[in-house]
Every structure is written in C-alpha cells, then in structure tokens.
Design a protein around this ligand. Sequence first.
Ligand SMILES: NC(=O)c1ccc[n+]([C@@H]2O[C@H](COP(=O)([O-])OP(=O)(O)OC[C@H]3O[C@@H](n4cnc5c(N)ncnc54)[C@H](OP(=O)(O)O)[C@@H]3O)[C@@H](O)[C@H]2O)c1
Length: 264
Amino acid sequence: MDLQLTNKTAFITGSTSGIGFAIAKALLTEGAVVIINGRSQKNIDSAVKQLQAFVPNGKVSGIAVDFKDPSAMDAVKQKIDQLDILINNVGIYASKSFDKTTTNEWHEMFEVNLMSSVKLSKYFLPKMKANNWGRIIFISSECAQLVPEDLIAYSATKAAIQALSRGLAQTTKGSNVSVNTLAPGSTLTESAQEYIKNQAIIEHRSEEDVADDFFKKVRTSSLLQRFTQPKEIADMAVFLASPLSSATNGAVIKVDGGSIPGIV
Ligand SMILES: NC(=O)c1ccc[n+]([C@@H]2O[C@H](COP(=O)([O-])OP(=O)(O)OC[C@H]3O[C@@H](n4cnc5c(N)ncnc54)[C@H](OP(=O)(O)O)[C@@H]3O)[C@@H](O)[C@H]2O)c1
C-alpha cells in the first residue's frame, strides 16, 4: 500500500528512543522528511545515525530541545517553519501515590506532556490550515481511562490531551487537516525493558516471569496479555499521518491491546 507520505515533513517530539523513535523509523521508511527530538545533541546524533543506517537515503535531522523548558518553542521556531505532520509524542511520568507526587512534579508533567503540544499546535495548526493539509497526532495512553492509582498526575495530563485533541479537530471543519489521538497500552520501549531487567535481578526471577506477572497482576484487563511493541504503535501512527486517513478526525484510537474496557 502506498501511504503517499513521500516528502511530507514530520516533527516527532521525544523521538530519540521508544515509541517516538519507532514512528520516526516508520515515517522515514515511507519517504517522509523526518525531524526528531530529544534533550541532548548527543542522543540526537546517535538516533540520526541509527535511522540513516536503517533508511540509507532517508532525510532525517533533529532538534535538541527540552520541553520542560518553557522557552523550548523559541528553538523549534528557529528551525522549523512549515510542517505537514506533527506528532505530539513526548511524555514523562512519575509512578507515585497521590500523596507523594509533588506539586512541582504535577507542573513538570503538565508542561512536558500537555503544554508542549499546546504550544506546538498553536504554532503549526494555523499554518496547516493555510496550506489546507496537515496531520496532528497526539500520543495519549490507556492511563487516560484506566487512571492507575500510582499514575494520577500522568493520567490527568493524558485525559487533558484527549480533550485538547478533540477541541482542535473541531476547528478544522471543512479542511483537509485532521487532529487525532492514539492511546497506546503498555509498550516495550528501551526504558520498559530496563525496568523489567532490573526487577528480574532484584526479585531473582526471569525477565519473562516479570513481564508475564505485569499482565497477570497489574494490567489484568489487557486482552493481548503481552507488551505492545513500539512498531505496533508506529504502524497505526503512520497510517493516521498519511493522506489515506482522510475520513478520521477528532478520534481517539486505542492501540492498547484491548486493555480499556467498554465498546468505545
Ligand atoms: N511506553 C509505554 O508503555 C507507553 C504507554 C502508553 C503511552 N505512552 C506514551 O507514549 C509516548 C512515548 O513514550 P515512550 O515510552 O516511548 O517514552 P520514553 O521511552 O520515555 O521516551 C523517551 C524519549 O523522550 C525524550 N524526552 C524525554 N523527556 C523529554 C523532554 N523533556 N523534552 C524532549 N524530549 C524528551 C527522550 O529524549 P532524550 O532522552 O534523548 O533526551 C527520548 O527520545 C509518551 O507520551 C508516553 O506517555 C507510553
């Protein structure tokens, strides 16, 4: 299937590793011009090198910007003028009880997870509308609906993202711009792999046992009963980013292995 992404320009926040990196790889494979992001030039250089090895003629560059920094947009504006596809992927969390989560952590999570995408959308959405084509994709989480007790602040940022995404979609009426959200489930990124590895050492168990237990004891509602691979999220993101998704706007698409119960 030709996803018609050749030479479309995409910016993916938080994409030197994890889900963002997988989306960058998938978009690059489809011929898009990809701009990745992370906090350090060192990680950007390493990720760009990996992507170039994977797609030798791929057009990929990066912007080192920390979205915890309220002035991050200045650097983005200096480097990117027009954009076809914006993937608001960056997201941080602190797994803590409500009592132990500090006000500062609430502010940081809202700044990185929500306000980065507010500011980026404010800048790029009017340009997409003027161009009468564009895609904005928010990366939410199953947590927006499951709201685990140790992730209340994170879940609140993700619920806010879904409201923002729907609201922005409503402003695109009659145009070829769309705004949608993907809600991934527990995904086996490098940091999740590291966590499993460390737990296995602490608990003197195999990594497979630790991973299995997560679905038997924690994410019991998962129908998939295994971690999602970053590529499985990226495959859905790439379709949504493409012109082929033209009839989907204002949607939240679950890529959660069926963990969110209910019929919508
Ligand atoms: N993994 C999951 O199980 C899961 C499940 C549901 C939803 N999600 C959502 O999916 C998105 C991606 O998650 P992930 O697990 O792939 O994340 P991750 O592995 O923690 O992402 C790491 C990436 O984010 C960048 N990053 C971190 N803080 C940043 C900041 N302040 N400014 C700019 N870049 C920053 C890192 O860059 P450097 O380290 O190079 O600076 C790296 O590229 C997030 O929104 C997350 O909430 C994840």
